[in-house]
Design a binder for this molecule. Structure first.
Ligand code: GAL
Length: 662
C-alpha cells in the first residue's frame, strides 16, 4: 500500500482498462504521465471481469493493471466492484432484482440492478469484497478503497417484497409498537389503522395520495438500509486492510436526493463525492459552488475528494453541451476553492461503445491531439502546483442550513404547493451571498451554530424541537438568523405544529401566520418599497416584530412580507415570500452589515472569490465565471501563472487566479 498523493491536488479519475485491449494500456500509462495523473479509481464496474461465472475468479488482469499503475507512480483507489452484478448472477438469482413503484421488476441490462434489502445480494457482494481486500490489501499501488459506487443511484427506492419485510423490521426498531406507529403516521385518517405489522407495505402506487409519513419513513428506511450495506463492506475491508482509507462516492449534486448524507459522512474515512453540471439549471455554476460548500459541511470543514466530474459534455441530458475552452480548468478550480483536495473525473479514456460512449473523458475520442486533452494536461500541471494549499480549510461566518429529512418531507404528497422545490430557497440565498463575495458553510440544522454570525434557515419545513431551539439560541447569543417561508411547520413525524405557523419559529420571529397563499409558477406579488415576491405568500401578523415590507396588492395587501425582531444579542428576520434578487440582495446586505460579515474580496459581478487558509498562509481563489475580462483587486503570488500580482490584476474570461496572499 502507498500514501494517497500529497505532492499536489490529487488528479485522475475512473480507469476502466477492461474496456480496452491490453495494447492500449501502455499508451494509457504514457498519456497519464503526460497529463500528470496521480490517482485512478479502478474496477468500479468490473464484477463480470473478476468473477465471470459463479466462484471462478480472474484477478490476473487486475493484478497486471495494479502493477502497471504502480510502476508508473500512480496511486489506486480500488473499487469493490459491487455496484453492478454480472449477468450470470441475476440469471441465477432473479429474486435480487429491484421492483419499481408499480410492481414492475427492473431487469438487468443496464447497471445497479439489485434490491437494496437483498441479503443474498449482499452476501455475494461481500464475498467479492473479501477476496479483493485479501488479495490487494498490501499491493504497493493501493492508496484508497472505493466501496460500491454512488449508492442508491438507479436502485432506490425499491418496492419489492423483500423490502416490505425489511421495512417492517426497520419500523419496529423506530416505533417499537403499532400504537406509536399509528400515531406517528396519523392512520386515524382514511381508515389506515394497522393492527398487524404484516399489513404494512412500502408506499407502492395506490389509488391516490399515499400516507405522507409512510413516504417519509420509506426515504429514511432506504438511506439507512444502504448505509447498513456500506458498513458491512467497510468492515470486510477493514478485516484485511487496517490502514488504507475507505470511502464511497456521494452524489451531493442537488438533483440527487435519495440518501441522508449527514448520516453517511461520519462513516467515511474521507468524504468523497461526484458533481456534474446540470445544464437545465438557471445558475449551474452557483449550484457547483453550493455543492462544494455542502460537501465541505459533510466533511466537517475538512478537505474532501471530488471523485468524479466531467471534462466536458455528459451523456444523460436531453442535450449535452460541451464545455467552453477554459471551462474544464475553471470548474475544477471552483471545486478546489470550496475545499476539494483531489480532482477526479469520469473517466480516463472515452469509451468506444456502451451507454457512455458520448460522455467526455480525460482522453477524448479525438485522442491526444485535441484541445480537450491539452486542457487536461494544463489542469494536471496546475494540480501539481497547488500542493502548498493541501489540507487548508475554508472559513465561513454564514451558515445555510440543509436537511435531507426536510427535503423529503417537503417533497411528499399533497403539499400546499408542489411548485416550490426544497432547493430553491437555499440555492437562491447562497447565490446572492456568493455574488457578494460572502462564503457560506452549508450545514445540517444540528451543526454547532455558535460559530456563525449569520444563520440562514431556508424552507426548513420539518424541524425537531432541539434544532429549532438551537437556532433560537444562536440568535440569543448574537447571530443574525434569517428564516424563510415554509420553515418550522412540522415535527419529525410530519405533524403540523398548531396555533399558527411557523410553529417552531413563531416565538423567535414574533410572527404568526394564519394561512398560506402559495403563488402559482411565474406569479409574483408586489412588495411595498419596491420589488416583488414569488413562490409563496402568506397571511402573517407581526405579533412582536418590525415590519420591513408588506404585500402591496392582492388578497394580502398590507400584510407583512418581511419582518425583523431583535432577539438577545442578535436578530431574527422572516421572509414570507421569496423576494426578487435585488430585493433579497438588499435584505441580505442589511443582515451582513448588522453581523459585520465581510466578503473574501470585492469583485465585479460574475467573479467569485473564496479564501482557503491554514497555519501556513492563505490563498485567494478568484474565479471569473464570465466570458469578459475583469479587473480585480488582489495582491500576492498567483500559483497558476507563477507571477506576482497586484494591487490590481486583469483576469480574462473563464480564467482563474489562485493567489498566495502576502
Ligand atoms: C456517475 C457514475 C459514473 C458515470 C457518470 C456519468 O453517476 O458514477 O459511472 O456514469 O455518472 O456522468
Amino acid at each position: 500500500m502507498r500514501a494517497w498523493p500529497k505532492d499536489g491536488i490529487a488528479f485522475g479519475g475512473d480507469y476502466n482498462p477492461e474496456q480496452w485491449p491490453r495494447s492500449v494500456w501502455d499508451d494509457d500509462m504514457r498519456l497519464m504521465r503526460e497529463a500528470g495523473v496521480t490517482f485512478v479509481t479502478l474496477g468500479v464496474f468490473s464484477w463480470s471481469w473478476l468473477e465471470p461465472t459463479k466462484g471462478e475468479y480472474t484477478f490476473e488482469w487486475l493484478d497486471e493493471a495494479m502493477d502497471l499503475l504502480h510502476a508508473n507512480g500512480i496511486a489506486v483507489d480500488l473499487a469493490t466492484a459491487t455496484a453492478t452484478p454480472p449477468p450470470w448472477l441475476t440469471s441465477a438469482y432473479p429474486e435480487i432484482l429491484p421492483v419499481d413503484h408499480d410492481g414492475h421488476t427492473l431487469w438487468p441490462g443496464s447497471r445497479q440492478s439489485w434490491c437494496p434489502s437483498s441479503r443474498l445480494y449482499r452476501e455475494l457482494a461481500l464475498s467479492l469484497t473479501d477476496r479483493l481486500a485479501a488479495r490487494y490489501h498490501d499491493h504497493p499501488a493501493l492508496a484508497m478503497w472505493h466501496v460500491s459506487n454512488e449508492y442508491a443511484c438507479h436502485n432506490l427506492p425499491c418496492y419489492c417484497d423483500t423490502c416490505a419485510i425489511a421495512f417492517r423490521a426497520w419500523l419496529e426498531q423506530r416505533y417499537a409498537d403499532l400504537d406509536t406507529l399509528n400515531d406517528a403516521w396519523g392512520t386515524a385518517f382514511w381508515s389506515q389503522r394497522y393492527t398487524a405489522w404484516e399489513d404494512i407495505l412500502p408506499p407502492r402506487r395506490t389509488t391516490t395520495f399515499a400516507n405522507p409519513t409512510q413516504v417519509l419513513d420509506y426515504h429514511r428506511f432506504g438511506s439507512d438500509t444502504l448505509l447498513g450495506f456500506y458498513r458491512e463492506e467497510y468492515e470486510v475491508i477493514r478485516r484485511h486492510s487496517s490502514q488504507v482509507p475507505i470511502t464511497t462516492n456521494f452524489m451531493t449534486l442537488s438533483n440527487f436526493r435519495l440518501l441522508d448524507y449527514h448520516d453517511w459522512a461520519p462513516l467515511q474515512d474521507v468524504v468523497s463525492t461526484d458533481h456534474y453540471i446540470v445544464d437545465s439549471l438557471e445558475h449551474p455554476r452557483a449550484e457547483l459552488s453550493f455543492h462544494g460548500d455542502l460537501t465541505r459541511g459533510l466533511a466537517g470543514g475538512r478537505p474532501w475528494i471530488l471523485m468524479e466530474h466531467s471534462t466536458s459534455a455528459v451523456n444523460w441530458q436531453p442535450v449535452n453541451p460541451a464545455k467552453a475552452p477554459g471551462q474544464t480548468v475553471l470548474d475544477s478550480l471552483t471545486h478546489v476553492a470550496h475545499g476539494a483536495d483531489a480532482l477526479g473525473f469520469f473517466q480516463w479514456r472515452q469509451s468506444r461503445s456502451g451507454s457512455e460512449k458520448f460522455h467526455s473523458a480525460l482522453v477524448p475520442h479525438a485522442g491526444e491531439d485535441s484541445d480537450r486533452f491539452r486542457e487536461v494536461c494544463e489542469l494536471g500541471a496546475i494540480s501539481a502546483r497547488l500542493g502548498e494549499l493541501l489540507g487548508s480549510t475554508v472559513e465561513a461566518e454564514v451558515a445555510v442550513l440543509w436537511d435531507y429529512e426536510a427535503l423529503w418531507a417537503m417533497s411528499g404528497p399533497c403539499m400546499p404547493s408542489s411548485a416550490i422545490d426544497y432547493a430553491t430557497a437555499p440555492h437562491t440565498f447562497h447565490r446572492i451571498l456568493r455574488e457578494r463575495g460572502i462564503t457560506c458553510d452549508v450545514v445540517h440544522p444540528s451543526a454547532d451554530l455558535s460559530r456563525y454570525r449569520v444563520v440562514i434557515v431556508p424552507t426548513l419545513y420539518v424541524v425537531s424541537d432541539e434544532n429549532a431551539s438551537a437556532i433560537a439560541s444562536a440568535a440569543e447569543s448574537g447571530a443574525h438568523v434569517v428564516v424563510t417561508y415554509f420553515s418550522g411547520i412540522s415535527d419529525l413525524d410530519d405533524h403540523v405544529r398548531l396555533g399558527g405557523y411557523p410553529g417552531a419559529f413563531r416565538d423567535l420571529l414574533g410572527v404568526r401566520v394564519e394561512e398560506f397563499f402559495p403563488l402559482r409558477p411565474g406569479e409574483v406579488v408586489p412588495l411595498s418599497g419596491g420589488g416583488t415576491g414569488s413562490q409563496w405568500s402568506e397571511d402573517a401578523r407581526a405579533v412582536d416584530a418590525e415590519v420591513l415590507s408588506t404585500y402591496a396588492a392582492g388578497p394580502l395587501q398590507g400584510r407583512p412580507a418581511l419582518t425583523r425582531r431583535a432577539v438577545g444579542e442578535g436578530t431574527a428576520s422572516y421572509l414570507g415570500t421569496l423576494p426578487d434578487d435585488a430585493t433579497l440582495g438588499s435584505v441580505l446586505d442589511e443582515v451582513i452589515a448588522l453581523a459585520a460579515v465581510t466578503p473574501a474580496a470585492q469583485t465585479p459581478p460574475g467573479v467569485e472569490v473564496v479564501r482557503r487558509s491554514s497555519s501556513e498562509g492563505s490563498w485567494l481563489f478568484v474565479l471569473n465565471h464570465t466570458t469578459q475580462e475583469h479587473e480585480v483587486t488582489v495582491t500576492g503570488h498567483d500559483l497558476l501563472t507563477g507571477r506576482d500580482v497586484g494591487p490590481t490584476h486583469r483576469l480574462a474570461g473563464l480564467c482563474a487566479a489562485v493567489v498566495r496572499e502576502a
